[in-house]
Design a binder for this molecule. Structure first.
Ligand code: ADP
Ligand code: ZN
Length: 435
């Protein structure tokens, strides 16, 4: 179901006209109200009036995460502090967290976009949504919460943690929808399984998963184990929180970015040059309606490409492809660029292997050494396949070498022996950084 038919199916020329009006307005507002932008525009010798068409976008300055950190806590706000009705902060996955604020209207828009997202995932007012994103400063919990309420669904604000209780309530309350990180969905499956609860047999039918990168292979694994449809949701606190982009249940191929509120671009992360649809690069977003912290050309550091082909669902908004990783997650191993998701995709494909893994990079002498620990599955543990462990390790090493061009040492470890995550998974330890 399309939650806001008017806006989500707007013909592209009308959408562009709306975006231009809103972009002009945002430029005027940031120039008048945010010293950081006044200086950035002045330094480039431009005025907000420079924008006459969407093609002028690349003439505007970028905003980086560091700019928000420098403005800690409130310097990037474009409204008087007493009009702010809520604060959140990013998870701080890559450093000091950034603080974001919302006006009443910002919260209203967020609830609508989150409702659009849940609706695109196939959920409606008759669904019960088990919301296992953390409540608190992290945007996941409350973001989904108000969206679910806006949709008219019944939200179960379980938050993160307490997995045994989660499994019990998932069974007792009969949730039909679930929201959390993809890694937590798999973890919860294991916890439930050990308690004798088979999630496949519960009414749960849709999962909306995001906040961390995952792969198609991981989707298949989640869908098979939990017996649900698993869809991808994208967002970041600097731009809003969850609900910036959402995969539709019809195509399950790329996430519609809500273009009446966000203007996406893809750039070359090194040169900053604009890239055409289809090319992989860094996602840059300009907010079009944000009141509290409007951002011009915010560099998300998330790598993906833009898909402008029409979608079977009827939405006209562009899609971003699955996030391949953060530009700062990229590991350079003996000169080869490797993303953890590429490794994950290879691991998950092999039978007898679970999707729980850890990657460690260290320096041995002058060379980088990559070691991957991955759990074998319970089934393999119980069969006599276990005798063939070394063969499996070798075969994984070969696949990694063949596909990624790097030499890795693979170690298969016992089921349940690696760390589990209730929030965002953190699977890479780069020990070179401490040197
Ligand atoms: P932090 O940057 O501290 O993790 P946030 O909590 O705001 O802050 O998380 C936003 C980030 O989470 C995004 O920039 C992106 O890297 C990641 N993310 C969110 N949703 C997805 C998704 N569906 N796929 C991959 N990564 C995602
Ligand atoms: Zn669609």
């Amino acid at each position: 179901m399309i939650f806001n038919v008017d806006k989500e199916t707007l013909p592209r020329d009308e959408l562009a006209a709306l975006q231009l009006t809103r972009l002009k307005n945002q430029c005027e507002r940031v120039y008048a109200n945010v010293p950081f932008y006044r200086k950035a525009f002045d330094d480039m010798g431009i005025k907000p009036g420079i924008v006459n068409s969407l093609e002028d976008l690349p003439r505007l300055p970028f905003t980086e995460k560091q700019d928000l950190r420098n403005g800690y806590p409130y310097k990037m706000f474009a409204v008087p502090i007493d009009t702010i009705v809520r604060l959140h902060a990013s998870s701080g996955t890559t450093g000091k967290s950034t603080v974001v604020g919302y006006t009443k209207r910002d919260l209203d828009n967020w609830a609508e976009l989150m409702a659009r997202s849940l609706s695109a995932a196939g959920l409606s007012s008759s669904d019960f949504i088990h919301n296992a994103y953390g409540y608190g400063l992290f945007t996941g919990g409350l973001g989904v919460h108000y969206g679910a309420e806006r949709l008219g669904a019944t939200v179960i604000p379980i938050s993160g943690g307490g997995s045994k209780r989660q499994a019990e309530l998932l069974r007792d309350f009969g949730a039909t929808g679930m929201t959390c990180t993809p890694s937590y969905a798999l973890y919860l499956y294991e916890v439930a399984y050990d308690m004798g609860i088979d999630i496949r047999e519960l009414p749960l039918r849709v999962g909306v998963f995001g906040a961390e990168p995952w792969t198609e292979e991981m989707r298949a694994e989640i869908e098979r184990k939990l017996g649900i449809t698993a869809l991808n949701i994208y967002g970041l606190s600097e731009i809003m929180g969850p609900g910036v982009a959402q995969e539709c249940a019809e195509s399950k191929c790329g996430m519609h970015i809500f273009e009446d509120h966000f203007l996406p671009e893809i750039i070359d992360p090194v040169t900053g040059a604009s890239l055409p649809p289809g090319a992989v690069g860094e996602l840059v977003i300009t907010t079009l309606t944000k009141e509290a912290i409007p951002l011009i050309r915010y560099r998300t550091r998330d790598l993906c490409s833009l898909d402008l082909t029409p979608c079977v669902c009827g939405r006209t908004h562009a899609r971003i492809t699955r996030i391949l990783g953060r530009s700062d997650d990229m590991l350079i191993i003996r000169g080869v660029n490797v993303f953890p998701q590429q490794i994950e995709a290879i691991l998950v494909e092999m039978e007898g292997i679970s999707p729980h893994y850890e990657i460690e990079v260290k320096r041995e002498g002058t060379l980088d050494a990559l070691e991957i620990m991955v759990e074998f599955s319970e089934a393999m543990f119980q069969s006599d396949e276990i005798r063939h462990i070394q063969k499996r390790e070798k075969s994984l090493q070969k696949s990694i070498k063949d596909y990624l061009g790097v030499t890795a040492k693979v170690r298969l470890v016992e089921p349940q022996s690696l760390k589990r995550f209730e929030g965002k998974a953190s699977r890479v330890r780069d020990l070179r950084k401490k040197e």
